[in-house]
Design a protein around this ligand. Structure first.
Ligand code: PLP
Length: 385
């Protein structure tokens, strides 16, 4: 029986239309988009078409779309670059972020604190994984150079109240960066309503290729480059453009935006069916908010079971899931997100995330395998080491 893949927050299967669009740029259309000859111009045209597709999907100006090597680089460039430029412009050296950001944001901020004299305020979240907008805004000071709040969390799927945060920051002239890597293609993104100055995406999270991402950088927002070199991408992100990846990213973004109105409720119905099944098992509770939640994310705590043992049992039963976050798989300690929401450490924490390829039959099978795995593991003592 085929594996039921429920780890779409870790990565998604590339869409066949995306692969088909990319292929010519990995074969005969190999020109460098910076070259002036015909092969270069053909590649450049493809890159600019992809830029327009991403801009169209996000409702921004194509000039504001910068291609990167992924979400990690987009977050690094946003946090380090905007903070650096703001301080140079005399704005100050203070950053505000939340306790559940992706490591790409948290560690960029920590790097600035450790190596460049910035001060960082990390605002806690509630037990539901949602940051309180007033509390966050109260942390902003006259010398705040940047606020970074993710649109949606990659582990517990919580959606942050950006509409209550961004406009208030804009009134104070403080830029907002948001990591929308998990949110794009799953919930509508409202760049204007959020007053976001910068936003990060990663193509492999929306059925595009790995190794390509997007930094939306508003035209009026300065960012010092992190990568120096040939001055591509408005001089902010040097490096020969990954034409095939960018073409795939553009195609995937257009598809995700077009599908969103149907896909979001379809995913939410699958997630609810999944959550109902998981929570019907004794000693299983929800992590994160039920209401403010990505439509594809189920994340549960399971009493009486070890996380890795349960993950292995699910895998053996043909269900691909994740404990905590795949970005740090192999780490035995609880993730910073689960710690921030006060999740009990003596139980398994399992994330199951649906996607384009998920069917109701997949959900029913996953619930059966989960129920059986939990019962068998508990009978055997929980699998604790
Ligand atoms: N931000 C979030 C919220 C993510 O979930 C991830 C990947 O898991 C990233 C950033 C990093 O993106 P990439 O894998 O493209 O480097």
């Amino acid at each position: 029986m085929a594996t039921v893949y429920l780890d779409h927050a870790a990565t998604t299967p590339p869409d066949p239309a995306v692969l088909a669009a990319m292929r010519p740029y990995q074969e005969d259309r190999f020109g460098n988009p910076s070259s002036l000859h015909a092969a270069g111009r053909a590649a450049r045209a493809a890159v600019e078409a992809a830029r327009e597709q991403v801009a169209g999907a996000l409702g921004c100006d194509p000039l504001e779309v910068l291609f990167t090597s992924g979400g990690t680089e987009a977050d690094n460039q946003a946090v380090k670059g905007i903070a650096w430029a703001a301080r140079e412009a005399g704005r100050g050296g203070h950053l505000v972020t939340t306790a559940i950001e992706h490591h790409a944001v948290i560690e960029s901020a920590e790097w600035l604190a450790g190596h460049a004299g910035f001060e960082v305020t990390v605002v806690p979240v509630g037990a539901d994984g949602v940051v309180d907008a007033e509390r966050l805004l109260a942390a902003v000071r006259d010398d705040t150079a940047l606020v970074s709040v993710m649109a949606a969390n990659n582990e517990i799927g919580t959606l942050q109240p950006l509409a209550d945060i961004g406009p208030a920051l804009a009134d104070r002239g403080v830029p907002l960066h948001t990591d929308a890597v998990q949110a794009f293609g799953r919930v509508p993104l409202d760049l204007d309503g959020w007053g976001a100055g910068a936003l990060a995406l990663s193509a492999h999270k929306f059925n595009g290729p790995k190794g390509v991402g997007v930094l939306v950088l508003r035209r009026d927002l300065a960012a010092t480059p992190v990568l120096h070199g040939g001055g591509q991408e408005r001089g902010v992100r040097s490096g020969t453009l990954n034409t095939a990846g960018i073409v795939g990213c553009g195609r995937a973004a257009a598809l995700a935006a077009a599908r969103l109105p149907d896909e979001a409720p379809r995913l939410a119905a699958l997630r609810d069916r999944l959550l109902d099944g998981l929570l019907a098992v004794d000693g299983v509770t929800l992590n994160g908010s039920r209401r403010r939640r990505l439509p594809h994310n189920a994340h549960v705590a399971v009493a009486g079971c070890d996380g890795e043992a349960l993950l292995c049992a699910l895998d053996a039963g043909g269900v691909a899931a994740s404990t905590g976050s795949a970005c740090q798989s192999g780490a035995a300690s609880p993730s910073h997100v689960l710690t921030a929401v006060g999740a009990p450490q003596d139980r398994a924490h399992i994330r199951l995330t649906c996607g384009r390829t998920t069917t109701p039959a997949d959900i029913d099978r996953a619930v059966d395998v989960f129920t059986d795995s939990v019962n068998r593991l508990r009978d055997a003592g929980g699998g604790f080491v």
